[in-house]
Design a protein around this ligand. Sequence first.
Ligand code: ATP
Length: 370
Amino acid sequence: MAVTDKRGNDLALSGVNHWFGPTQALDGVSLRIDPGEMVALLGPSGCGKTTLLQIIAGFLQPTEGEVLLDGGRVDHIPANRRRVGMVFQNYALFPHLSVFENVAYGLRARKMPGAAIKAKVAEMLALVKMGHLADRLPSQLSGGQQQRVALARALAIEPGIVLLDEPFSALDKNLRLDMQIEIKGLLKGYGVTSIIVTHDQEEALSMADRIVVMNRGRIEQVGTPDILYDRPATLFVNQFIGHANFLQAALVAPRRVKLEAGIEIDLAEPAPQPVGSAVLVSIRPENIAISGTSAGPTIPVKVRITMPLGAADVIEAVTPNGETVKIHKTRSPASKPIASGTALALSVVDPTGIGIFAAPAGDPASTLHG
Ligand code: ATP
């Protein structure tokens, strides 16, 4: 069978820096993405996600550094001469053109013959299940349908890489989840390399093979969702991915911390900081058990508030030294919410799930939440 399997390009960025006048938007970004891989660029507003995407697309030239697609440098090749498909936040469909003509647009621009355009558009619309609405105008479509058309248009030019810039932000929560699953299935099934920009960590965790966490123009960590959640390399990543409690402590031995909340905990592996350092201990809510009868060391806390959040209650409690701890308690039909003021004893379920970070200078609370 004469099938060319390799649809997706591999992408390599090397030492990419970008300045807007005096503002450095990207600082030494290097990254490799494999053919067919789906990668999310995740980070807070202003961290450089859009700038990086525009450099990959060719809308911006990096001030310094290299962009390679399939090993060839493209950083001086304009956007319309790269095999890159774009799906924008607001879909950016042409309002006066039908669904068919929107998808045909890039093919006409590339001077493809009429019959081939017809066949390609039909193939793309069938792929996104929009063939029956080919004659409609974008204004006559729902948000999800418009997004499918935008994806069909991006894929029609047979790109080696598809870039999606916050593609779900205009959709309501339920539809967003459906579309995330659908679009991921389509892109992976099609075999194209894709990069999605998002500031929504759940979206990144649910869609991407690997996530690039960015902060202030730099890459903090690149990894699978599991690695980022279980082994965050930095305090920023630990704080940004999922929820965690950060408790103040001192490292009293290479593998032992003393929490200011009262107890000592043995670590699964030695901490990188010198003994005697002030550290922040990260414990995920699901790694804390309410264990009044546990034989191990327990932290005495008082419940401040219980928030019923569907399958689990989230309990916010206060330690003797005034730190706040969040705990998850799975619901059962018979369970009653724990009342404010209740005294509880908390213990750590699994020490391998604990993160140790150097305590930031100054007020840790302002560093973490500011
Ligand atoms: P958001 O999630 O809010 O879209 P982002 O992570 O995509 O943010 P960028 O848009 O890439 O961030 O911006 C990175 C930095 O570059 C920010 O400090 C921003 O203010 C700055 N910046 C972006 N575009 C320009 C521009 N055209 N001129 C000057 N500064 C810019």
